[in-house]
Ligand binder design. Structure first.
Ligand code: UDX
Length: 454
């Protein structure tokens, strides 16, 4: 459809150029014939005058200057018209050139071929809504749902999501993108809802804590309300942060958590805890079919370089030989799951009959200090220093998922090793870096963080 529109625009611009050109040629030739008439007419008039007033000799002193002035006026007005037309032609040419450039850019961006999509019959094809579908995790989920042959509606407010993440589906008849903030109600039809919309990186969710709470409470109410109205099954993306700074290790789903309700992370931690409470309240009271995934630290391509989480920070620092910044003493631990494993877990959970919360994460645990060294060693020739700085307030000290529930009920466990996943992620960020040019004292971080120059 987009390709067709581009062709039509291209054809129209060429046709309009030729029409304008022919019009100009026509006007110019008219102007010339006028010029001819302008000379002929006075001559004719003078002849008439000669015959009519034979007794009075013509008075060239009066007539000739008049004729000269007149022809000069006509000449100059013709010159003006010509100048004006030439200016218009130039303007039109410039506009057409500009349009052609824009068309070339658009043609380059619209994929000539969509990724291969399975054909599903009417009975098997679902209409699936993904909130936050242009984000890091959401866009990977959308890719799988699309290739499975479903109809996918992406809703995103583009706070941390990017159109670029889903642009390879633009124009596909199974794909729809809605720019919408789910804090406001949404009226669409869907069989399933994956509710992922929320900033997930600590610096992002702390930037506007009130908005983070609204997204996870009002936004979740809106999505649960929608699920109730249309009878859709809904999966809520919760987080390992519901366990806070855990007193139990590793964390099973049965652990109630240890969250500071008034700390800097509370907007997210408590927001997600309320989201879970809302899910089970709608399930109990309104009979909505809910699934709750507690997502542990996830990484992979399409993370924003400015995301602020440890993987993107360390990889970007290592690629640019900048100091790798550890917050605190680096003894705190995390377990990192590659994004494709997480997406498989979400799909399995949605398809299962298991309705209680499920941890989705990779149980291989590392200290942040070890993690910095692992990344440094994976970037060939990296000369970064590793340094410790100030600790982050309320930073959870130990985190590792107990994934027994997922293994038993979903038959799911992560497949991608940290080594493989990080290598793919490093390649992605290397590519991201190559898209930008920097002056000698600039880094990707300070370029993308500084406000755009006007
Ligand atoms: O540059 C950095 C960034 C982070 N860190 C540390 O690395 C650890 C991990 O931090 P991240 O910001 O990546 O993520 P966190 O584990 O704190 O929070 C994450 O938890 C699970 C998810 O649901 C969320 O995506 C997110 O809230 C923390 O201890 C943090 O202090 C650094 O040492 N240096």
């Amino acid at each position: 459809m987009i390709r067709l529109s581009l062709k039509v625009i291209k054809t129209l611009s060429i046709v309009s150029f030729w029409i304008l050109f022919l019009f100009i040629v026509f006007v110019l030739s008219k102007g010339k014939s006028h010029e001819g008439k302008a000379v002929a007419k006075p001559l004719h008039q003078s002849q008439v005058l000669n015959t009519d007033v034979r007794e009075f000799p013509p008075e060239p002193k009066i007539d000739l200057p008049h004729l000269k002035v007149q022809s000069k006026i006509m000449e100059s007005s013709n010159n003006d018209i010509t100048q004006e037309l030439l200016r218009e032609v130039k303007e039109a040419k410039d506009k057409i050139e500009k349009l052609q450039k824009q068309i070339a850019i658009l043609e380059g961006r619209v994929p000539q071929k969509f990724p291969e999509v399975k054909y599903l019959g009417y009975k098997d094809r679902k209409r699936i809504l993904v909130t936050g579908g242009a984000g890091f995790v959401g866009s990977h989920l959308v890719d799988i749902l699309m290739t499975q042959g479903h109809e996918v509606i992406v809703v995103d407010n583009f706070f941390t999501g990017r159109k670029r993440n889903v642009e390879h589906w633009f124009g596909h008849r199974n794909f729809e993108l809605i720019h919408h903030d789910i804090v406001n109600p949404l009226y669409v039809e869907a069989d399933e809802i994956y509710h992922l919309a929320s900033p997930a990186s600590p610096p992002h969710y702390m930037e506007n804590p009130v908005k983070t709470i609204k997204t996870n409470t009002l936004g979740t109410i809106n999505m649960l309300g929608l699920a109730r109205r249309v009878g859709a099954k809904i999966l809520i993306a919760s987080t390992s942060e519901v366990y806070g700074d855990p007193m139990v290790h590793p964390q099973p789903e049965s652990y109630w958590g240890h969250v500071n309700p008034i700390g800097p992370r509370a907007c997210y931690d408590e927001g997600k805890r309320v989201a879970e409470t809302l899910a089970y309240s709608y399930a109990k009271q309104e009979k909505v079919s809910v699934r709750v995934a507690r997502i542990f630290n996830t990484y992979g391509p399409r993370m924003l370089a400015s995301d602020g989480r440890v993987v993107s920070n360390f990889v970007m620092q290592a690629l640019q030989n900048l100091t790798i910044t550890i917050y605190g003493n680096g003894k705190q631990t995390r377990s990192f799951c590659y994004v494709s494993d997480l997406v498989d877990g979400l799909l399995s959970l949605m398809a299962s009959n298991y309705t209680l919360p499920v941890n989705i994460g990779n149980p291989v645990e590392h200290t942040i200090e070890e993690f910095a060294i692992i990344i440094k060693n994976l970037v060939p020739g990296c000369r970064s220093l590793v340094e410790s700085g100030a600790a982050v307030e309320d930073d959870p000290q130990r985190r590792r998922p107990d994934i027994t529930v997922a293994e038993t009920n979903l038959h799911w466990s992560p497949k991608i090793s940290l080594q493989d996943g990080l290598q793919r992620t490093i390649e992605y960020f290397r590519e991201e870096l190559s898209r930008h040019t920097f002056s000698h004292d600039q880094t990707y971080m300070n370029v993308i963080k500084s406000p755009p120059k006007t």
